[in-house]
Write a protein that binds this ligand. Sequence first.
Ligand SMILES: [Zn+2]
Length: 404
Amino acid sequence: MAQERFDLILQGGRVCDPSQGRDEVADLAVRGGKVARIEAGLAEKAEAQQVIDVSGKLVVPGLVDLHTHCYWGGVPLGVNADKIGPASGVTSWVDTGSAGAGNFEGFYYHVIQRSKVHIYPLLHISHIGLLAITGLSVRSGELFNFGYLNFHELLRVGEKFRHCLYGIKVRASLNATGPNSLDALTFARNAADALELPLMIHVGPPPPFIEDVLELLKPGDIVTHCYTPYHGGVVDHRFRIKDVAREARERGVLFDIGHGGGSFSFRVAEAALEQGFPPDTISSDLHSACIEAVVDLPTTMEKFLALGMDLSEVIAQATHRPAEAIGIDAGTLRSGAPADIAVFRFEHRDTPLYDSAGLERRSSRHLALETTFLRGEVVTPVQDDRSEAAQESAFPLSRTREAR
Ligand SMILES: [Zn+2]
């Protein structure tokens, strides 16, 4: 019998794919840019154009980051996903409202269509998206001026780009909406309903409080920055999970991390995990003003390993769970899925990790990227001389990159 032929076999790695409940040493075969088969000992009995020995390495689906900002060159917060993605194993980037109706077209044609990694945008309800936020003017929120809310334009652009839109975004916090937060929430709810898209709401410094936000959310909607250090998040002043948060989870509202510059607290995370309220998804909220502190999604995942979460659960929350949250075919190694794959190695060394307040926890396992594959091909970071970090940071943070 003729030997079966594949384009590529990753041989002998620990294949961890929570979407299939897999965590085993096996060979992973790729054909035609798709995952063909996962089977122990496959490389010995099949033919492949290329066999890569990944023994001792961790083979996972290409990571899916549910909260990023990658409209580089279009809004000051944007980072280049083609530079950071291949260097961190993140093959699917959900851009959470960098663009609004007024600047979405440029995002689509200049960035999304040209990117090697996959970008899945949410549309911001503010006409200007996140253009207002720069290192110098972080206090001028995108909805301080209510003139930036135009329902007609939002629907026009939303309908035009419906084929590539995955949700509606609003930042519901004092620094984004000023005193307009409740009106902004109502507007966002109506926009998401009209376009039949999930709604992602950022919580932060109140108002609004999370009670006002959760009341509006439907099954499948997402709260991001769920472990925010600000009063207004999922825990009360005694660090107890609020009943409204548990009720919202029961009816299908999703809770996302969205680490970012000011939105992740180890103390809140520890309290929530202890009380049985883990996140649904782990995301970085990577942007130019926080990249030096947050670094990337694997670094954010490491924080949950350091807090005692299982590896397979951490991987689930950065692969198939976020993919399912916005309905994309990613974050899985089941046969027939796009062969977007990340190969990591564990480095066992004592590493300091920081939350948004600079609080430190230690990790003994560092997830170091080995190789990123997009549709079965090795992908490397774009090289240019542009800095992804903002010239002047909006957030006075401890810089983990230097410490690592
Ligand atoms: Zn964000």
